[in-house]
Write a protein that binds this ligand. Structure first.
Ligand SMILES: [Fe+2]
Length: 123
């Protein structure tokens, strides 16, 4: 059973989907089940390049990692999003960008970031 906001990836073609409405069926792509991406949480900051760090102020700024994550063609943070109650705001990055964004929303319950190699990370 799927849950809202879960992220699934096709391990064949690389399609990634986020659940905006749940149903009973299994998510399938390229003829096989899509794989749920677990939200990795790093309480001890051991993988300091991936953890989204929320800085609250007038707006919500999210920076990925206390150490800058690579933003190269082969390895980069694809997107970051903040979830606040019923609101989801996502910012997409390109290689060469800085892995940080300031959102219009003032509040964030938590943030998630997706690395194209190391997967999904939660603040
Ligand atoms: Fe990474």
């Amino acid at each position: 059973m799927t849950k809202k906001l879960e992220i699934y990836k096709c391990e064949v073609c690389g399609n990634i989907v986020e659940l905006v409405h749940t149903g009973q069926g299994e998510l399938v792509c390229c003829g096989q089940p899509m794989v749920k991406q677990d939200e990795k949480v790093d309480e001890e900051n051991l993988t300091e390049k991936h953890r989204p760090i929320i800085e609250s102020g007038e707006n919500t700024k999210v920076k990925i990692g206390s150490v800058p994550h690579p933003m190269e063609e082969q390895h980069y943070i694809e997107w970051v999003e903040i979830i606040s109650g019923k609101e989801v705001c996502r910012h997409e990055f390109l290689p060469g960008d800085r892995a940080e964004n300031t959102f219009c929303s003032k509040n964030a319950d938590y943030a998630r970031a997706y690395c194209n190699i190391h997967g999904l990370w939660k603040s």
